[in-house]
Design a protein around this ligand. Structure first.
Ligand code: CP
Length: 315
């Protein structure tokens, strides 16, 4: 697909994968493919979004997502501004709505938002005319993470449909898990979720996934393991007895993989990794780990999202 020819894209915002069709997800993945090569060039810049402005509005910490959006915008020649909640007028009592309307008044084209409250990007999308991109809202969705996960799986395994993907860990508090489930099931993957009962959302199987509390059973036919971080910042205390107990029952290490998993199972993690808790260092750095490929691919995926949302906005 040519880089500067817009495919048939109609949405103003990217809020979640729940509301995207299979075709829309495939448009983003195909577009990402055509942008990936730009990051391999000596001069990593094309003029596609020259004159556009992207504001990164982050109310929660981030290393990967914020940097990745900034690099994606810069590689497309857009201007970028980072607003961190700790240094914004939110501390003086300004509402999210007012913050966004003031940013809009500066004639920006995109607002990329991360917020601890589920639904915050949806409020912005109804309030302001710039394209709104959800960079993670509470435990709800993290669409670009799931898109880069799927993009990485597709590149490594050649397809998504029919893949056995296991998501392991703190499913209940994970926006990455929810977005992966919405995206992967739409693209025809067989998704299993595995973790402690206390970290499993009620009726999660209604999202079209298989549920197991037994790691050995989950690993048996897996093509991909997407291992999640324990979301301590979103948890009440006491949802599992101890970190030691969690590691014993759900930690992924070489011994467990050798015993129960396919030899070429792909190891993924959205980051940041709690080394030695959900994933051992040797597996995170091992032959079938694609954790850093995910980070690299994230830039191409975010370039694709910025590009696709760059057409005329509907207020
Ligand atoms: N995967 C992810 O969202 O990482 P950051 O919190 O560093 O952005």
């Amino acid at each position: 697909m040519a880089k500067n020819k817009k495919p048939n894209w109609t949405k103003k915002d990217l809020l979640g994968l729940e509301e995207l069709s299979k075709e829309e997800i495939e448009i983003i993945l195909d577009q990402s493919e055509s942008f990936r090569e730009i990051s391999e060039r000596t001069i990593k810049k094309v003029p596609t979004l020259r004159g556009k402005t992207v504001v990164n509005l982050f109310f929660e910490p981030s290393t990967r997502t914020r940097t990745s959006f900034e690099l994606a915008a810069k590689r497309l020649s857009a201007d970028t501004v980072n607003v961190a909640a700790a240094s914004s007028s939110v501390l003086k009592g300004e509402t999210l709505r007012d913050t966004a309307r003031n940013i809009e008044a500066m004639k920006v084209d995109y607002i990329v938002i991360r917020h601890a409250s589920s639904g915050a990007p949806y409020i912005l999308s109804r309030t302001v005319s710039p394209a709104v991109i959800n960079a993670g809202d509470g435990a709800h969705e993290h669409p670009t993470q799931a898109l880069l996960d799927m993009f990485t799986m597709r590149r490594k395994k050649g397809k998504i449909a029919g893949l056995n993907v296991v998501i392991i860990g703190d499913i209940m508090h994970s926006r990455v898990a929810r977005s992966n489930i919405f995206g992967l099931t739409k693209l025809g993957a067989n998704v299993t979720v595995c973790g402690p009962k206390t970290l499993m959302p009620v009726e999660v199987e209604k999202l079209g996934v298989k549920v197991t509390y037994n790691l050995a059973e989950a690993l048996k036919d897996a093509d991909v393991l997407n291992v999640l971080r324990i979301q301590n910042e979103r948890q009440e205390k006491g949802l599992f007895p101890s970190i030691r107990e969690y590691v014993r029952r759900f930690g992924i290490n070489r011994e467990i993989l050798d015993k129960y998993a396919k030899k070429d199972v792909l190891i993924m993690h959205p980051g940041p990794v709690n080394q030695g808790v959900e994933l051992s260092q040797d597996v995170a750095d091992g032959l079938y780990s694609v954790i850093l490929d995910q980070v690299t691919n994230g830039i191409a995926v975010r370039m694709a999202v910025l590009f696709l949302l760059s057409h005329k906005k509907a207020k």
